[in-house]
Design a protein around this ligand. Structure first.
Ligand SMILES: [Zn+2]
Length: 444
């Protein structure tokens, strides 16, 4: 017998989401690794064995045993794209958008409103709101979250957002990204080059906080040439690139991401087929946002005078399908932000992705766990339940991985384990530093 710190046994399904560290792709994306009546052994916060409960119990002895009670067990969600720190909200503009009173892309004014509110907000307000949002993410099963700046857009404000993001103390692992090139701030309206140069000049100063840099390559944001210029400087400093690509139009963002060897290119609504193929060749992960599709009404035609109109741009399901067909490793994330996706629930994203993007159960599970971990360079460490990986584990109030997606809206995660420690039990946050040594066995 081998000793482990913790055994989790009697999972109706242990959905491991196991796969190559380069991510699941093509037909392989539609395959989901499931162990019926599964179990796992954990030592030092890491998984040391997975298998059927019988086999595990005959080989491993746990100091603590958690009985999953014949329920679904899965990896924690990896959310690879969020705008965590921001001031205010954008409720006031949303009804106008829904009713068709705001015409065209409102991206710029919307973001500028948030930039002003973020600059005005004091540190404490921003941090308290972020911690509250992180609590919600954790309760819904997110255990790793990428968090971008991008609502400061001056040296002082961007560095403040990075400092605050890096200082957040929470059970969710937070990976900060510098997004100085989010949109052109109002005060630089006729001085694009000056702002691009400012972002480049800021790069050495952000290194103490992050090695991850995002640029927005979009007709409403920055050109391909500007993004390449910033991206190459970032790369010379050893930074990893991420790209907001082609959301409101094809700005060549997918190709820029590929040329920079970016870890991810996100949105890709209007990307060219050549750009997507270049991403596939470069190993750049494509990240899609069902919450944005839903909230920005991208699945319904825009309103016209008589209340009925034809869709003017390709539906998002086409974008995902095109990227999959081009051989891109695809993931989904929340893109939590006040304007285009005021939801941080990856559970909801997985549920919406199946419907809006016409994906299979297996595809949305892999796209919420392993594949986003690939985009963060963390697939060897998390994103699936495999020996050697971090014990970020969810126990669901469901018996079947399909039901966890088929239902939607309510929270079906009961227990969250982060690096081998129970941090949510019975849908309640467990905050005592002296974690109870006793078994966290749920009823049944
Ligand atoms: Zn974003």
């Amino acid at each position: 017998m081998q000793d482990a710190d913790i055994l989790i046994i009697n999972a109706s399904e242990l959905v491991t989401c196991a796969g190559p560290v380069t991510g699941r792709i093509g037909d392989d994306l539609g395959k989901l690794d499931i162990i019926r009546d599964g179990a796992l052994a954990i030592t030092g916060g890491r998984i040391v064995a997975v298998g059927p409960t019988d086999a595990l119990l005959s080989a491993w002895r746990g100091k603590e045993t958690i009985d999953a009670g014949h329920r679904l067990v899965s990896p924690g969600f990896v959310d690879a794209h969020s705008h965590l720190l921001f001031g205010g909200d954008r409720c006031c503009e949303y009804e106008g958008k829904v009713k068709g009173r705001i015409l065209g892309a409102n991206l710029e004014t919307g973001i500028n409103a948030t930039i002003q509110a973020t600059r005005r907000a004091d540190d404490r307000t921003l941090v308290e709101q972020a911690l509250s949002d992180l609590d919600e993410a954790l309760l819904y099963g997110t255990t790793t979250l990428e968090a971008k700046t991008g609502y400061g857009l001056s040296r002082d404000h961007e560095l403040r957002l990075l400092r605050l993001t890096s200082g957040l103390e929470h059970e969710v692992d937070i990976l900060p990204t510098f997004l100085g090139a989010h949109v052109l701030p109002d005060e630089y309206r006729n001085r694009r080059d000056e702002y691009v140069q400012l972002v480049i000049d800021m790069l050495p100063d952000v290194l103490p906080y992050t090695r991850s840099c995002d640029v927005a390559c979009d007709p409403a944001c920055f050109t391909a040439a500007e993004c390449l210029r910033i991206g190459r400087h970032a790369r010379e400093l050893g930074m990893t690139l991420r790209v907001h690509a082609d959301q409101t139009g094809d700005a060549g963002g997918a190709a820029v991401a590929a040329a920079l060897g970016a870890a991810s290119a996100d949105h890709l609504d209007q990307s060219s087929a050549e750009g997507l193929r270049a991403m596939a060749a470069a190993g750049t992960v494509g990240i899609f946002f069902p919450g944005v599709t839903f909230h920005m009404l991208e699945m319904v035609p825009p309103l016209t005078e008589d209340g009925i109109g034809a869709a003017e741009k390709p539906y998002m399901p086409q974008s995902v399908r095109r990227a999959l067909q081009a051989g891109v490793v695809c993931a989904i994330s929340a893109d939590f932000n006040p304007g285009s996706c005021p939801s941080i629930s990856m559970q909801m994203m997985m549920q919406m992705a199946m419907r809006l993007f016409r994906l299979s159960y297996a595809e949305v599970w892999n796209m919420s766990t392993l594949n986003p971990a690939v985009s963060l360079g963390l697939a060897a460490d998390r994103g699936s339940l495999e020996p050697g990986k971090r014990a970020d584990v969810l126990i669901w109030n469901e018996i079947d991985h399909r039901r966890a997606v088929n239902r939607f809206g309510s929270n079906r995660v009961d227990t969250v384990m982060k690096s081998g420690r129970i941090v949510v039990r019975g849908q309640n946050l467990i905050r005592s530093t002296a974690a109870p040594a006793k078994s966290a066995s749920p009823a049944g």
